[in-house]
Design a protein around this ligand. Structure first.
Ligand code: UT7
Length: 351
C-alpha cells in the first residue's frame, strides 16, 4: 500500500440508547416466542425500544452528537460535515442529517444521509475519511442512528425480536501520524434486495391502503438466506482486510463486528482467528441496532481503547451490503474520560 500522508483519525465517540429496556420475557407476553429460543438463535437478552410518541431517529442521533460535541469540546459551528447513516430516516426527504444539524444549531454544517442498511455506519466512516484525507474538511461527524421500532411488525416474531433503537457518533479529524482509517473495503450486491427490505413507501410501491393492509411498510427479512450471506461475506471481508494490510491475529487488538446475530459474530471471529476477549459483543443488551451497532460498541469499549490499537470493523446488511475497515485508534480512552485505571470488563455503559 502507498503511504497515506494525511489520515482521518477518530478523535471522539459517543452513543445513546433509550432507557426503556425490553427483555425477552416482555416479548414472551407480546408474541409466540421464548427467552430460550431468542438467546440460542441470536444471543439477544434485551434491547432498547423508544416508545414515547413523536420521537424520531433524529432525536436518538441528537443525543449521541450532542454528547460527542460536549465530550470533545467541539464548537458545533466548526463541524463542516455531518453524515447520518440510517435505514429509518425521519422522512423520505429531506435528509435526517438536516434535522439533526438544525436541532443542534449547527447551521454552518453540510449534511447528507447515507443508506447502506446495517453496513451504513461503516460506509459512512469510509466516505467521511476521504473528505478529511483530501484536505477538504477538518472536522466531520458520522452518526449511525436507527429507530427500528418504527418499522417492526410485532406479528412477525422472526424479525421483531432482533431489533433495537439507538445511535452512536464519531468525530473525525486529520492526523499526520497514520492514525485513524487506514483502509476500507465496501461491497454491495443487489441480488439481496428482496431478502431484507421495506417493500412499500418508495417510488416502486408508493404508500396506499393496500400496501398498509399487506403490512409492506414493515421490515421484511428472509432470515435464513440473509444469515448464509452474512456469515460468508462478513467473515470473508474481515479476513481480506487483515491479509491485505499484513495483519495477523496478534497484531489486532479489537474486532468490532456489526451486532446482527451472535452466531454471525462468532463465525467472523473464527475466520479472523481472534480470541473471544478481543471481540466487542454487546448484542445481548441492545439487539441489532442497525447503523448504531458499531459506534455503540466503540463507545462502550472506549475506556479500554488505547492510542495505536489496531481495530478491524466489519458489517453486513440489507441490499446486500458488506464491508470492513482497518482503523488505528487515535487516543487513550481512559485518559480522555479521566479514569485512573480501567480493568477489563469495566465498560462505558449507557444508563
Ligand atoms: O443485520 C442485518 C442482517 N441481518 C442478519 O444478519 C440476520 C440474519 N438471520 C438471522 O439472524 C436468523 O436467520 C434469525 C435469527 C432471523 C432466525 O433464526 P433461524 O435459525 O434462521 O430460524 P428460522 O427463521 O429458520 O426459524 C426456525 C424455526 C421456525 O419454526 P419451524 O418452521 O422450524 O417449525 C420458525 O417459525 O423457529 C421458528 N421461529 C421462532 N420460534 C420462537 C422463528 N422466530 C421465532 C421466535 N420464537 N421469535
Amino acid at each position: 500500500m502507498t503511504e497515506i500522508k494525511r489520515t482521518a483519525a477518530i478523535t471522539g465517540v459517543h452513543a445513546w440508547a433509550p432507557r426503556n429496556v425490553v427483555t425477552n420475557s416482555r416479548l414472551e407476553q407480546l408474541m409466540d416466542t421464548t427467552d430460550e429460543w431468542i438467546t440460542a438463535r441470536t444471543g439477544i437478552k434485551e434491547r432498547r425500544w423508544m416508545e414515547e410518541e413523536g420521537m424520531a431517529t433524529s432525536d436518538l442521533a441528537v443525543h449521541a452528537v450532542e454528547g460527542l460535541l460536549k465530550k470533545t469540546g467541539t464548537n458545533p459551528l466548526e463541524v463542516e460535515l455531518l453524515i447520518c447513516c440510517t435505514a429509518t430516516p425521519d422522512m423520505a426527504f429531506p435528509a435526517t442529517a438536516n434535522v439533526i444539524t438544525d436541532k443542534l444549531g449547527m447551521n454552518q454544517t453540510a449534511g447528507f444521509d447515507l443508506s447502506a442498511a446495517c453496513s451504513g455506519f461503516l460506509f459512512g466512516l469510509n466516505t467521511a475519511a476521504r473528505y478529511i484525507e483530501s484536505g477538504m474538511y477538518q472536522k466531520v461527524i458520522v452518526v449511525g442512528a436507527d429507530k427500528m421500532t418504527s418499522i417492526i411488525d410485532l406479528s412477525d416474531r422472526s424479525t421483531a425480536i432482533i431489533f433495537g433503537d439507538g445511535a452512536g457518533a464519531v468525530l473525525l479529524e486529520p492526523s499526520t501520524d497514520g492514525l485513524g482509517v487506514r483502509d476500507g473495503i465496501m461491497r454491495s450486491d443487489g441480488i439481496g434486495r428482496t431478502y431484507l427490505c421495506q417493500k412499500a413507501g418508495g417510488s416502486l410501491n408508493p404508500a396506499s391502503l393496500d400496501t398498509v393492509n399487506r403490512k409492506e411498510h414493515y421490515i421484511h427479512q428472509e432470515g435464513k438466506t440473509v444469515f448464509k450471506f452474512a456469515v460468508t461475506n462478513m467473515a470473508g471481508v474481515a479476513q481480506e482486510i487483515m491479509e491485505r494490510n499484513g495483519l495477523s491475529a496478534d497484531d489486532v487488538q479489537w474486532l468490532v463486528p456489526h451486532q446482527a446475530n451472535k452466531r454471525i459474530i462468532d463465525a467472523t471471529r473464527e475466520r479472523t482467528a481472534l480470541p473471544e476477549d478481543k471481540v466487542m459483543v454487546n448484542i445481548q443488551r441492545y439487539g441489532n441496532t442497525t447503523n448504531a451497532s458499531i459506534p455503540l460498541c466503540l463507545h462502550e469499549w472506549e475506556p479500554q481503547l488505547k492510542k495505536g490499537d489496531n481495530l478491524i470493523l466489519a458489517a453486513f446488511g440489507g441490499g446486500f451490503t458488506w464491508g470492513s475497515l482497518y482503523v488505528r485508534w487515535a487516543f487513550d480512552g481512559a485518559k480522555a474520560l479521566n479514569l485512573a485505571d480501567v480493568q477489563p470488563g469495566q465498560l462505558n455503559l449507557i444508563p
